[in-house]
Design a protein around this ligand. Structure first.
Ligand SMILES: Cc1cc2nc3c(=O)[nH]c(=O)nc-3n(C[C@H](O)[C@H](O)[C@H](O)COP(=O)(O)OP(=O)(O)OC[C@H]3O[C@@H](n4cnc5c(N)ncnc54)[C@H](O)[C@@H]3O)c2cc1C
Ligand code: FES
Ligand code: FES
Length: 460
């Protein structure tokens, strides 16, 4: 059984299966049909709801895509849908502004936009200091045009919400931690023990990859372990040497610390999915998934990140690049899990560039993602770490390119040679995101552009 709070009322679901989605439950069981299904894969935002959890005495809300959120993931949490906003019979100011500004035509996308803008109006995760256009970049409208919707957002600045009633109800329902076919441990020790008992269980963090295996691939996950609520995997530790990020930290929670490491890293996070995806997805999941086009691995490999894995009481650490063995194969043993990633602070003498190339700027997967960390002493390259996503079956370093840079002065000729060396490093595939020739050409152009951009790179 799971319990969650909806408009002050506790909803109990006796038979929550690990892969039942929140969207289906809202629409088919609770008849909350305002929340729409557009794509069922986290792209369109028509299913946006806000989910809240206790944060001390307050409730911390975040907008998420209900289509790829599994019901056990809202156990012990609060949910608000578009119907929640007009319970007193009057439209919420965001809805009023959209209606008055003609921001809705067929109306299918409207509840999703309303919930994203409502999230901003209550200061939900990832909205603080975020321009309205970034808040709604994960919502698609095929008919109205975005102008009136943006205006509705601008007209409703954030105001603290009074969550005392929700917080009181949340305090009365401790999460239940398990159900048929699933577990939701609360500590990493519990997780480690559970994984020894069920070494082949499927770990689910934010479900922004796994959700699609279910909604699009119709896969059965088997025994499932939800790790999103493990407090000691949700920490970000910063010291003078490094930033260490727990495996269950969501992108929106890590963005500030990553942006402080380097502005390109913050920009890269801004371009991962839409806000709803960043409010659910984790860096640990991005790494563990091992996709050749995941965005964080090339950036973190270039920065020299170290991955820590745990099995039972044993831990092992490795340079992140060694985790990726071959397409779909990572160096993770049964019963082992990703615990954290440690990212060293770049030295003052290191120049960094991270570039994501995709067909759309917002909410799109990379065709190529290139990352460079190049250390200079007296005008010469003394260390070069170059990594690419989208160029091989795994995110991988570029040894020939790195060798062509090392020991050389920072000039156009050096980078032209290093660009040519990429052909030794990678044999990219052709697919819907780009041909092999396109990928090699743009990757080489990225390298070449560094030779021209030295002044910009100094301004970090
Ligand atoms: C609309 C949309 C847009 C997206 N855009 C981008 C993008 O721009 N760039 C990008 O890189 N990705 C993108 N993604 C993919 C996805 O959001 C990321 O890969 C995300 O980081 C996955 O994290 P998660 O917590 O949701 O992982 P989950 O889906 O929960 O898990 C992913 C995999 O990792 C495993 N896993 C998770 N945590 C651990 C752990 N601690 N230890 C061991 N195994 C673990 C799971 O078993 C599973 O195999 C997008 C996804 C969607 C739906
Ligand atoms: S239905 Fe499109 S994001 Fe959920
Ligand atoms: S109003 Fe029709 S999809 Fe947005």
């Amino acid at each position: 059984m799971i319990r969650f709070v909806l408009d002050g009322e506790v909803i109990e679901v006796a038979d929550a299966a690990p892969t039942d989605t929140l969207l289906d439950h809202l629409r088919y069981r609770l008849r909350r049909t305002g929340t729409k299904e557009g794509c069922a894969e986290g792209d369109c935002g028509a299913c946006t709801v806000v989910v809240g959890e206790l944060d001390g005495d307050a409730v911390k809300w975040r907008a998420v895509n209900a289509c790829i959120l599994f019901l056990p993931m809202v156990d012990g949490k609060a949910v608000a849908t578009v119907e929640s906003l007009s319970r007193n019979g009057a439209l919420h100011p965001v809805q009023r502004a959209i209606a008055d500004g003609h921001g809705s035509q067929c109306g299918f996308c409207t509840p999703g936009f309303v919930m994203s803008l409502y999230g901003r109006s209550i200061g939900a995760l990832g909205t603080e200091g975020t321009p309205v256009r970034d808040v709604i970049a994960g919502n698609l409208c095929r008919c109205t045009g975005y102008g009136p919707i943006l205006a509705a957002g601008e007209a409703n600045p954030p105001q603290p919400a009074d969550d005392r009633e929700t917080a009181a109800v949340l305090r009365s329902i401790a999460p239940l931690r398990s159900g048929p076919g699933w577990f939701a441990p609360r500590t990493s020790d519990e997780l480690a023990a559970l994984l020894l008992e069920h070494p082949d269980a499927r770990i689910v963090a934010g479900a922004t990859d796994v959700g699609l295996w279910v909604t699009k691939g119709l896969r059965d996950l088997g025994t499932t372990i939800f790790i999103g609520d493990i407090a000691d995997l949700r920490g970000i530790d910063e010291d003078g040497d490094a930033v260490t990020i727990g495996a269950a930290v969501r992108y929106s929670e890590a963005k500030q610390a990553l942006a402080a490491l380097h502005r390109d890293l913050g920009e890269l996070v801004r371009r991962i999915g839409g806000l709803q995806v960043r409010n659910a997805g984790t860096i640990g999941g991005n790494i563990a998934n091992g996709s050749p086009i995941g965005d964080m691995p090339p950036a973190l490999i270039a920065l020299g990140a170290e991955l820590v894995l745990r099995r039972g009481g044993e831990r092992r650490a490795m340079p992140l690049e060694r985790f990726f063995l071959a397409y779909g194969k990572q160096d993770r043993q049964p019963g082992e899990f990703v615990e954290r990633v440690r990212i060293p602070r770049p030295r003052a003498s290191t120049r960094i560039r991270i570039a994501k190339l995709s067909k759309r700027f917002d909410s799109d997967i990379s065709a190529v993602c290139g990352a460079f960390a190049i250390r200079l002493e007296e005008g010469r390259v003394v260390e070069a770490r170059v990594a690419f996503g989208g160029m091989a079956g795994i995110p991988a370093r570029a040894p020939a390119c790195e060798a062509a840079l090392t020991g050389k002065p920072w000039c156009e000729a050096t980078f032209a040679e290093a660009a040519a060396a990429l052909a030794e490093d990678y044999r990219p595939l052709s697919d819907l995101r780009g041909s092999a020739a396109y990928r090699l050409t743009v990757a080489a152009n990225l390298v070449r552009s560094l030779g021209l951009e030295r002044e910009n790179l100094f301004d970090v």
